[in-house]
Write a protein that binds this ligand. Structure first.
Ligand SMILES: NCc1[nH]cc(CCC(=O)O)c1CC(=O)O
Length: 309
């Protein structure tokens, strides 16, 4: 059999994620050959402009999806939080793997928590969701934009003498950086993670039944359910613009418990609610949660703006 080609961005984190799927596939199917092909996306080449101006945060994913459609790769491994709500015709998320830590983490030289941050702290993040929540916890802090891959952001924290930065725990764990950095992990109720944060999606061509079968054993049903609920919540709210929205789903006693957050970008207001329901109706639960927040004024809180998580 021809080797399977996984397409990946060239960042260290993307490569580690692709490697983890390669390893899992090879472990599940003895004799299977898997190679990784690095795809240089426009977003990787243009670092001096905000992502919104070059096509939004879905840009990286879209170029890799095109490689799937062109058949230059057989499998794309995505961070689910970067995957746009609407899938291109002909592609399917054949497996969602077991979720890594979904939490956000505050990294500072001193290991501050949001509560112990010094007055007027300067926090780096380009995510409207993170900006809104750190400002809602600490209205006195200042948020400055910060782009680039995880290592670049850590570097900029030092260079620009920021008090701290906000990142996904999952990324830092996969890079094996979390243990060596002073940090505080943020409780998902106090600081609601991004939709899909910590989960990986394995995308293939819908018609590729061979790949579909090979990926079956990588699927984690509980993660899939959580992600379906979170994404349905976001899809109902987002439309096309990037907004300060978070959601976190988890299974409790075989039920899906889903927390949704909509906030004003400056953190001055936040709407947050947790609902529980049938895990087989995850998407309906996500939509209903969105409707609840809309009824409470979610649209008024959300303003157009840039987010490039
Ligand atoms: N913004 C890019 C991005 N996409 C996925 C992760 C982390 C890994 C994950 O959520 O699975 C990160 C880094 C971060 O937000 O800190």
């Amino acid at each position: 059999m021809k080797p399977i080609i996984i397409g990946s961005r060239g960042s260290r984190l993307a490569l580690i994620q692709a490697e983890s799927v390669k390893t899992a596939l090879e472990a599940a199917h003895s004799g299977l050959q898997v190679t990784i092909k690095v795809i240089k996306t426009k977003g990787d080449l243009i670092l001096d402009r905000t992502l919104d101006k070059i096509g939004g945060k879905g840009l990286f994913v879209k170029e890799i999806q095109q490689a799937l459609l062109d058949k230059s790769i057989d499998l794309a491994v995505h961070s689910m939080k970067d995957v746009p709500g609407v899938a291109p015709e002909g592609l399917t998320m054949a497996a969602v793997t077991r979720r890594e830590d979904p939490r956000d983490v505050l990294v500072t030289a001193e290991g501050f928590t949001p509560e112990t941050l010094p007055e007027g702290a300067v926090i780096g993040t380009s995510s409207l969701r993170r900006q809104a929540q750190i400002r809602s916890l600490r209205p006195d802090c200042r948020v400055v934009p910060l782009r680039g891959n995880v290592q670049t952001r850590l570097q900029k924290m030092k260079e620009q003498q920021l008090t701290g930065i906000l990142l996904a725990a999952a990324g830092l764990k996969r890079l094996q950086l979390l243990d060596e950095l002073p940090h505080s992990l943020l409780d998902p109720q106090a600081f609601v993670p991004a939709v899909g944060q910590g989960a990986l999606g394995c995308e293939i061509r819908e018609a590729d039944v061979t790949m579909k079968a090979l990926l079956a054993s990588l699927e984690d049903a509980d993660t899939r359910v959580a992600i379906l609920g979170e994404r349905a919540f976001l899809n109902r709210l987002e439309g096309d613009c990037h907004v300060p929205v978070g959601a976190f789903g988890r299974l409790e006693q075989n039920q899906l418990m889903l927390t949704g957050l909509v906030a004003a970008a400056d953190g001055s207001r936040r709407l947050q609610q947790t609902v529980t329901g049938d895990k087989n109706q995850a998407e309906a639960l996500g939509r209903a949660l969105a409707e609840d927040l809309i009824a409470q004024g979610a649209w008024e809180l959300m303003k157009a703006g840039g987010s490039d998580e």
